[in-house]
Design a binder for this molecule. Structure first.
Ligand code: HEC
Ligand code: HEC
Length: 219
């Protein structure tokens, strides 16, 4: 008997619905646990400090996309990757302390030593694409691909072909970007690899691809 494509789609949809309803509470808990572990406390606290004191000029994630950016059009307000020492120096002493724009205020009078430590921890995460990508991965992908990206997520057993072992992927970054954006089906592969183009920004996809690069096991 030949099954119509429409019926197949409906069956696939229902299967995935059942699967997700069965799995979602523990799976969500696992994602949350992983995210919380990644964002250990100093980073979370640092994010709050950043939001309160720094976001106005540097943007939500230190990318320089802030309202005030126009006021300081002479300066590049994106925070680039730097050593903790460098961050400490400029945050404590202001731009002048490192021969940068004096529109970067000194914070040592306003923030405690602990707050400065926390915000430095935060900056190290947000200025590193692969660290940001780790958060994207642990929030969205571990259900299927597993916390170690080895294809052994909690839901992995339900899919044939199984979720790819991303530590052994032989695909390049361009291919990964495409399949993550468009999903498996558009690439002639399993429709259970979802398309993420509507849910993740281009930056998040670039970041998660950078993270996957760090997870490759070379033999
Ligand atoms: C009033 C606007 C303003 C605020 C508020 C502000 N900054 Fe800055 N920041 C600047 C400017 C301007 C620069 C210098 C850019 C340059 O000269 O390239 C800068 C530079 C930096 C740099 C160096 C960036 C690099 O790539 O070298 C770091 C790190 C930094 N700021 C962290 C912070 C932190 C952390 C806070 C909050 C505690 C903060 N800034 C608040 C304006 C601001
Ligand atoms: C619902 C399960 C599921 C989720 C969630 C999921 N994937 Fe997948 N993914 C798959 C499956 C199944 C495949 C294998 C497709 C095939 O072989 O046809 C796959 C394949 C891939 C591939 C291709 C790897 C290769 O070597 O060919 C990449 C890259 C990938 N996924 C990345 C991601 C990323 C990044 C996320 C999170 C943003 C994610 N996936 C979320 C199920 C999932």
């Amino acid at each position: 008997m030949k099954t119509s494509p429409a019926k197949m789609l409906v069956t696939a949809f229902l299967t995935s619905l059942v699967a997700f309803s069965l799995l979602s509470p523990p799976v969500l808990a696992e994602s949350r646990k992983a995210v919380n572990k990644t964002l250990s406390k100093p980073v979370v606290r640092g994010g709050i400090v950043f939001k309160n004191y720094c976001k106005l000029c540097h943007g939500e994630r230190g990318d320089g996309m802030a309202r005030a950016a126009k006021l300081y059009s002479m300066a590049n307000l994106a925070i680039s990757p730097g050593t903790p020492d460098y961050y400490f120096k400029i945050i404590r002493g202001g731009g002048k302390a490192v021969k940068k724009s004096e529109f970067m205020p000194p914070w040592e009078a306003e923030l405690s030593e602990e707050q400065i430590n926390d915000v430095v921890a935060y900056l190290q995460i947000v200025t590193s694409g692969s660290s940001r990508g780790e958060v994207v991965f642990k929030t969205n992908c571990i259900l299927c691909h597993g916390i170690k990206a080895d294809g052994k997520g909690r839901a992995a057993k339900m899919y044939d072909p199984p979720p790819a072992n991303l530590t052994k992927s032989d695909k390049n970054d361009d291919y990964k970007t495409l399949i993550i954006t468009l999903g498996g089906k558009a690439m002639g592969r399993s429709e259970f690899m979802p398309p993420w183009g509507d849910q993740l920004t281009d930056q998040e996809i670039t970041d998660v691809v950078a993270y996957l690069q760090t997870m490759l096991i070379h033999e």
